[in-house]
Ligand binder design. Sequence first.
Ligand code: HEC
Length: 122
Amino acid sequence: MTHSSSRQRLFALVASVFLGALIGGCAGTQLAATPNEPPGEALFNARVHEDVNCYKCHNGDGTGTMRGPNLAKRVPGLSDDQIAKAIDEGPGLMPSFKGKVTPDETAQIIAWLRQRFPKAPQ
Ligand code: HEC
């Protein structure tokens, strides 16, 4: 084994550990389902559509992970339209959920976020 190939292996190992942490290790935790769970909470926690998985980046309670911001710091300053736009378009590193949620479901997610993180006084 040459010196450079063992270095390359070390690099590959470090890179894969790092990527693993980035992709898997910082993922959010789903809130446990409750009997009278609000529909927006179920949606946010991927219990309605598998691919509507807000909790993975924002954590099940919306308080954020390494992959997505704490929504307590965003939602109070956003209008309903701005939240709907974020879900529709996906700002920055957030994916777009266009076509994955109905307008009613978007409204349910917004209602749940509002309940958790009330609007800032104007
Ligand atoms: C792959 C990770 C990821 C997923 C999944 C995700 N988000 Fe985000 N979200 C982000 C990131 C990153 C930002 C910050 C974007 C920025 O401001 O650059 C963000 C920002 C937001 C904001 C703030 C937008 C603003 O204008 O400040 C809201 C609201 C939001 N997300 C809601 C949701 C909802 C609801 C879902 C599920 C339908 C969701 N996110 C799914 C990563 C994610």
